[in-house]
Design a binder for this molecule. Structure first.
Ligand code: SF4
Ligand code: SF4
Length: 743
């Protein structure tokens, strides 16, 4: 007995010392990051929300369970280990007393039953994990495996460790049943089965097994505890903290303002030599960013949903996190050295690691390759999928900001767009005078705000640069205006006073140009007294609704599909002309995933008679990007398959007559891909890409030719016959800002 106590306690002290030292080291490393007072303030302001996420995401495993099989396997393992804390207490108690039982509940049969039930559940969980890992072995599956790039050896070691925890548990409990030391008279069914197997060995062998396996159980748990602190399984300890301090409702929607030393950066006073401008070195991450790195489980869910990765580009959101983490750990001795003298004394490889630029190609020995950084479309699929609330887009935006603002390093083709934004207020450099040209084809007047918005105007229609200047998007703009007019909604536009929201500049990393444009727009909107804004571009919608509050602009903003769906529901718009077509809807990332608008566009399509709506496999929260977000619209796509082509290939799988969407950028990107497919004979000539508003406008318009037989042609004919102001829907027409190469 004494030996049992001594060995058990010595093991515990050694393990606690090793794990404690590592955790202290990790804590100090995290503290080298920038302050993030806004995270603490948000939690203080909404403590209930913090508690709720712990219950739903950590205990309830909400995000993990979105993937049913691995989710259930993880939940069984996680819940199992919570329940098995009881057995750890029992194992320690058994060191001191052979007949130990947890006070009060320690002999209740149902407690023994639950313990065994979850022990078996954990076994089922790890067998499932093992099968998943074998079926998606990256050695065989390559990039298709979500574990490609993960540390698979460590993962197998963890599965073995968990198996040993359960195996040693059941063996010592089975032996205890035979020695008469087991606290549960019945209920512990799995232990009883093992006890039955061990019974023939006799009493003294069972006594020896009991002592040996109690000690082995503790040794395995303690060894596992140490391993956790040195591996990706650190997430067991830090994931709840990361979830607690993550952005709410999630890391999507707005980008955060640039901060230096915890304070929002003021460009008028900022000093690039003193202040932090984005992420130029690993310690420019905030402590929350550092926590993200420590929390990654390497599950690869983010990677499996990333459009850049899916189309053969070097970007994987998982690898971004792992590369930053590996670099942070390798640079840690330098960061924690405390004095220049100690830094100088560090090994050369540590000093070389400290010198690495955070972004740089092979010759610069960068941590992140520029092709990774600039491949991101900001689609948000990674953030959506991550079960531990890692905020990949914030990291990518931080690195882009440094590259653009400090290094002036970014894809050259985007320079023209940035220059146009600065000089002309739109990405194409067409200028304010062109912003009202689209109105010329309407048979009614669109009021343009001059000074204050008049009281009878219900909505300010934010047209957006694409909506005002890009030929395909202008058709959407005209359709929306026509529909609002038909429904009797009083609306007005800013016309020449509108400038780009700044979204492409911000997503590129040029926070300076963004804040210049944003402040100008907020000033204009506030002076005009804007309250309710309807935006047709999801990027404008996201920026005005979610980012302009950071600049003092607070408005009620809705997307045109939301307003149109409401007008249909209220009976103010009645779709009457049938559109007998198979239509598949493409979710724009900044409307869907970033802002959770999934139902309004679908509701509109449901109300149009004749429409057969059919979903692509990747839709709604799992929608697949068109490739234009994150300012990718203005960059060449030189690596891998084009993202818009991948999306259209998926759409063509549903054999659609029309592809609908709710975003001018998606319209252009998907339209380009369809044109290419038509050119190669892979898509039918009649296939169109249209905005949902155009579909609704066609149906609301009374047909000139009653009983026209079919779809695309019929709709186009009808509009043209009716001389509709939105009747220019023929696909493939030339554009004034044509983006075949998206530049
Ligand atoms: S935002 Fe989209 S493109 Fe960017 S890393 Fe995440 S999943 Fe990939
Ligand atoms: S970032 Fe999140 S989703 Fe991606 S591998 Fe890490 S834990 Fe999994």
């Amino acid at each position: 007995m004494a030996l049992r106590i001594i060995i058990g306690m010595v093991l515990t002290v050694i393990a606690a010392a090793i794990a404690g030292q590592r955790l202290w080291w990790l804590y100090r490393l995290g503290r080298t990051g920038q302050p993030a007072p806004e995270r603490i303030a948000a939690l203080r302001e909404h403590p209930g929300r913090g508690a709720e996420t712990q219950v739903t995401e950590v205990i309830g495993q909400r995000k993990l369970l979105q993937w049913s099989v691995p989710g259930i396997a993880h939940a069984l393992t996680f819940w199992g280990f919570i329940i098995l804390l009881l057995t750890i207490i029992e194992a320690y108690g058994d060191l001191f007393s052979k007949t130990f039982a947890i006070p009060l509940i320690g002999t209740w049969a149902w407690v023994g039953f639950i313990e065994d039930l979850f022990a078996v559940g954990v076994l089922v969980g790890i067998i499932t994990f093992a099968i998943i890992r074998l079926r998606t072995d990256p050695k065989r599956e390559g990039r298709k495996s979500r574990f490609s790039g993960s540390h698979t050896g460590a993962a197998w070691l963890v599965l073995l460790g968990i198996f040993l925890v359960i195996a040693t548990l059941l063996i010592y409990r089975g032996a205890q049943i035979n020695t008469g030391d087991f606290p549960y008279p019945k209920g512990a069914f799995a232990s009883q089965i093992v006890g039955h197997w061990l019974h023939p060995l006799g009493l003294s062998a069972n006594k020896a097994l009991e002592t040996t396996f109690i000690l082995l159980q503790l040794a395995v748990i303690l060894g596992f505890g140490i391993f956790v602190t040195y591996s990706k399984h650190l997430h067991i300890a830090v994931a709840p903290i990361n979830v607690l301090f993550s952005r709410r409702p999630n890391g999507l929607g707005p980008l955060q303002p640039m901060r230096s030393n915890g304070k929002v950066l003021d460009f008028e006073e900022a000093d690039p030599d003193e202040d932090v401008f984005g992420i130029g070195k690993i310690e420019d991450l905030s402590w929350k960013g550092m926590l993200d790195l420590a929390t990654c489980t390497e599950c690869g869910r983010c990677q499996s949903q990333c459009p850049a990765w899916a189309t053969g580009k070097p970007l994987s959101p998982k690898m971004i996190i792992l590369e930053l983490r590996d670099h942070a750990f390798a640079k840690a001795p330098y960061l924690l050295a405390g004095s220049q003298e100690k830094r100088d004394a560090l090994p050369d490889e540590v000093k070389a690691e400290a010198e690495r630029p955070i972004v740089g190609d092979e010759s610069a020995h960068g941590v992140i390759h520029p092709d990774e950084l600039w491949s991101c479309t900001n689609c948000g699929a990674c953030v959506e999928e991550c079960p531990v609330d890692i905020e990949h887009i914030d990291h990518i935006a931080g690195m882009r900001r440094y590259q653009v603002l400090v290094e002036s390093e970014f894809p050259v083709e985007a320079a023209t767009m940035l220059k146009n934004l600065e000089n002309k207020g739109d990405p194409w450099g067409m200028g304010e005078a062109k912003r009202t040209d689209w109105m010329a084809e309407l048979d009614f007047e669109v009021p343009v705000v001059d000074g204050k918005i008049s009281d009878d105007v219900e909505y300010l229609f934010w047209v957006g640069c694409a909506g005002a200047l890009e030929d395909r998007a202008k058709k959407t703009t005209k359709a929306i205006a026509q529909l609002l007019h038909t429904a009797g909604v009083n609306f007005a536009v800013l016309g020449p006073a509108e400038t780009c929201t700044g979204d492409p500049a911000r997503r590129m990393g040029n926070e300076f140009v963004y804040s210049m444009l944003g402040q100008q727009n907020v000033e204009t909107l506030n002076e005009a007294g804007a309250r309710k804004i309807v935006a047709s571009c999801p990027h404008c919608f996201n920026t005005i609704a979610n980012e302009y509050p950071q600049l003092g602009g607070n408005y009620e903003v809705i997307h045109h599909t939301q307003l149109l769906a409401q007008l249909v529901a209220d009976g103010r718009l009645t779709p009457i002309s049938p559109i007998e077509e198979k239509i598949t809807y493409h979710d724009p990332c900044f409307l869907g995933r970033h802002n959770r608008v999934f139902t309004a566009p679908r509701e509109i399509m449901e109300q149009v008679p004749g429409v057969q709506a059919q979903e692509m496999h990747r839709c709604k929260e799992r929608g697949f990007c068109c490739g234009a977000g994150g300012a990718r619209m203005w960059m060449e796509e030189r690596i891998g398959k084009r993202i818009n082509t991948e999306r259209i290939d998926e759409a063509l799988g549903t054999d659609p007559d029309t592809i609908s969407t709710g975003c001018p950028f998606c319209l252009v990107m998907l339209g380009d891909a369809v044109s290419a497919k038509k050119g190669s004979g892979e898509a039918k000539e009649s296939l169109e890409v249209v905005d949902v508003a155009q579909l609704l406008a066609r149906s609301v318009q009374r047909p000139a030719v009653v009983g026209a037989p079919s779809s695309g042609d019929a709709a186009a004919t009808t509009q043209q016959d009716a001389a509709s102001p939105i009747g220019d829907a023929a696909p493939g027409s030339g554009t004034s800002a044509d983006h075949e190469d998206h530049t």
